[in-house]
Design a protein around this ligand. Structure first.
Ligand code: ADP
Ligand code: MG
Ligand code: MG
Length: 251
């Protein structure tokens, strides 16, 4: 049973302190939603866990099954079983989706899958997500629509089978049909693999499809409230304003 433990995490960007002591534990099989207003530090948390060089950890720890994630290279984090889907994936001209995915799978598994096996896996994954077969030959992220980016993220989940997945704003820019396909993908995946999911979102919309076990409200770079799925419904009705005010008052 895998567990991701975030303890008193403090992160700065360009000398500006963004995360002010985040505590969060995600176990295998659990889905946690992090919700909060724009600028509250949600993506900063995802980038810090991913090991993005711009994000400086100034305190606290991140442990995956007791191992210090913060000392791992980005590749080592992936091999250890962490998956991080980013809000703004980068375009890589000249690298096809298929090549990218095969490299990612090779890096995580420690050996290259046989081309035939990989092609089969890839096709099955794409079928399940209603992705057109021609997608595999496109250049990575080049001209991807919001829906294509998100389907591609879920396809990566299918192939990489992480222990813990951090999905940042997976619902942004999705129309209702794409939202359903992506949500079903996450649900199928988490049920089958028992993966722990940390779903970061500004909107409650995706939480109607991917029901979280726990909801954490982020404001001012820390968790200011925690609850069950009913908290997401309350946020939808009431908004974030009172958390923003409280965070300002305590800063
Ligand atoms: P959220 O995802 O909750 O909208 P972010 O983590 O993106 O919040 O941003 C939190 C704060 O950190 C914001 O004030 C933002 O301007 C700042 N910030 C985040 N990333 C950077 C960066 N790369 N350079 C400068 N400031 C940043
Ligand atoms: Mg934002
Ligand atoms: Mg964000």
């Amino acid at each position: 049973m895998s567990v991701l433990e975030i303890r008193d995490l403090r992160v700065a960007v360009d000398d500006k302190q963004i995360l002010n002591g985040v505590d969060l534990t995600v176990r295998a099989g659990e889905t946690h939603a992090i919700m909060g207003p724009n600028g509250s530090g949600k993506s900063t948390l995802a980038y810090a866990i991913a090991g993005h060089p711009k994000y400086t950890v100034t305190g606290g720890e991140v442990l995956l099954d007791g191992e210090n994630v913060l000392e791992m290279s980005v590749d080592e984090r992936a091999r250890a079983g962490l998956f991080l889907a980013m809000q703004y994936p980068v375009e890589v001209p000249g690298v096809s989706v298929s090549n990218f995915l095969r490299s990612a799978v090779t890096a995580v598994r420690g050996e290259a899958p046989k081309l035939r096996d990989f092609s089969k896996e890839l096709r099955a994954g794409m079928d399940a997500l209603a992705i057109d077969p021609s997608f595999a030959q496109r250049n990575l992220n080049e001209g991807f629509s919001g829906g294509e980016k998100k389907r591609h993220e879920i396809l990566q989940l299918e192939l990489l089978k992480p222990k813990i997945a951090v999905l940042d704003e997976t619902d942004s820019g999705l129309d209702v049909d794409a939202l359903r396909v992506v949500s079903e993908g996450i649900n199928r995946f988490r049920a089958r693999e028992g993966t722990g999911v940390l779903l970061i979102t500004h909107y409650t919309r995706i939480l109607r499809y991917v029901r979280p076990d726990y909801v954490h409200v982020f404001a001012g770079g820390r968790v200011v409230e925690e609850g069950g799925p009913e908290l997401a419904e309350r946020l939808e009705a009431e908004g974030y304003e009172r958390y923003v005010q409280a965070a300002k008052a305590s800063a």
